[in-house]
Every structure is written in C-alpha cells, then in structure tokens.
Design a protein around this ligand. Sequence first.
Ligand code: NAD
Length: 261
Amino acid sequence: MARLTSGERSIGGRVAIITGAASGMGRATAHLFADEGAKVAVVDLGAERVEAVVDEITGAGGTAQGWVLDVSEQAGVLRVVAEIRDALGPIDILVNNAGIALPAPFEPVGEVYLDAWNRTLDVDLTAHVLLIQACLADLQRNGDGRVVNIASTEGLGATAANSPYVAAKHGVIGLTRGLAVELGRTGVTFNCICPGPIRTGMTAAISDDAKAKFARRRVPLRRYGEPEEVAHMTLSLVLPAASFTNGVVVPVDGGMTAQNT
Ligand code: NAD
C-alpha cells in the first residue's frame, strides 16, 4: 500500500450525522468533526438545544445544521435523513450516539420495568437500525461509508438494576458485529465504542464525591473521562484511512474493563 495521504487522514468535506449531538459525547463529536472540516448534521431532541450547538459550531467557523428528531420514530428518521441529504449531500458518516439510561430494577410483575425495557430498547438499539437503514444506500455509494455505534462498558458487563440498558448495549455490540460481517463486502465499516464513566449529561446527577470514589476503585486512570476523549476515538474510526478496521469493539474507559476488581 502507498503511504497515506493527508486526504486519507481527513474527514474534510464529508457529511456526518451525529445523533444525540446536543449534549455530552455527541456534542463533543459534532465539534471535533466540524473542526476537522466535516459537514455536520446535529440531531437531537429539543430545538433550542440543537440550535445552541449549531450556533457554537458555525460561530467557530465550522459547517453544521440542526434537526430535531426522536431517533426511535421511523417516519421521522426517514424524513430527517432525506432532509439532511438535500441540505448537506449524501451521508458519508453515521454516528449512532443518542441514548438514555433509565433506572430499572427488575420486577416480576408490573409495567414500570417493561416500560423502561421498551423505551430503552427503542432508543438505545432499534434507533441504530432505523438510522443505518435510512443511510445505507448513501454510505455504500462510494464503498467507503463509516458507521460508529456508541455502546458502553455495560455492553461488556453489567451493573445491577440496569438490565434494559445492559441488554440494549450488548445488542449494540451484536448489531455492529453482525453488520460488519454481513455488509463488509460493500466497503462500509461498522465499529463500536464502549465508553466507561464519562462526564456528560447522563452522569451529571452523580456527585463529584461519588464520581471520585467510583473512579478510585474501578478506573486505573483514577478519574472519569471527558466527552472529547471519546470523540477522538470516534474520529479515528471514521477516517478514510481506517478502511481495514471493521467490527471492532473499542473500550474508552481509562482501563476499567482491563482491571480485575
Ligand atoms: P447525554 O445525556 O449528555 O447525551 C445524550 C443525548 O441523547 C442527549 O442530548 C439526549 O437528548 C439525546 N437523546 C436521548 N434520547 C433521544 C431520542 N429519542 N432521540 C434523539 N436524541 C435523544 O449523555 P452521553 O453520556 O453523552 O450519551 C451519549 C451516549 O454514550 C449514549 O448512547 C450513552 O448510553 C453512552 N454512554 C454514556 C456513558 C457515560 O458515562 N456518560 C457511558 C457509556 C456509554
């Protein structure tokens, strides 16, 4: 193989959809991709939150437009992906990042657990399928599309009272591997990141003290991660030069899953 060119190490001009981009890791990824010259579709719930991130990016000289979407709604996904294609061009990169974590102790009877199960599976797993379906023809057109799914270390192990999230994130890993194997011949790559504890909206309610205690006990780097540290790995996986990386599951967790507790 010839030496890599700067073009192969760049996402400049590529069209990237990032779901859940109004907060946390999605927002950090949207910023980083725009800084690297991508045309970014900022997709999330809440018009003001979406517009705020679009303004931040465009204010810094980047290219971004916003779409308000509940990623679990199929008709909305199809409509928004068509609008993004019209506005920015065919999709080159899809980052399935939007997610929810609902506390869900298991219940032998009752609807609370089942409601949490259904909503979590809809948003954290089925929505990935809907987005991939809507983007696939675009991703395949040049034989170099990129999909990164954001799973979790809860896709590799489990915390109690969290089984819908654990199941969904294990499912994200399975979906990633299944499509990497099935669709690899088209040149599109499917990879997955498993963040450990990261400072985002999802963990904002955990006190600094509790975060520090957890990190001392469980994380070899002795701290929570920052959203930008995950965004950097996502960028690596979507570069044109990442063309032989397919079906991998990458923990970004400060060494948490490497450590025997
Ligand atoms: P966050 O809450 O800061 O961001 C998640 C974003 O997803 C929010 O802006 C939210 O509005 C959006 N979202 C939720 N439901 C949606 C829906 N139905 N449609 C569209 N958007 C929706 O949290 P985060 O930590 O940045 O989460 C990003 C991803 O990382 C999630 O998939 C989460 O499960 C995963 N994750 C987070 C951690 C962590 O410690 N923070 C660890 C492992 C994995």
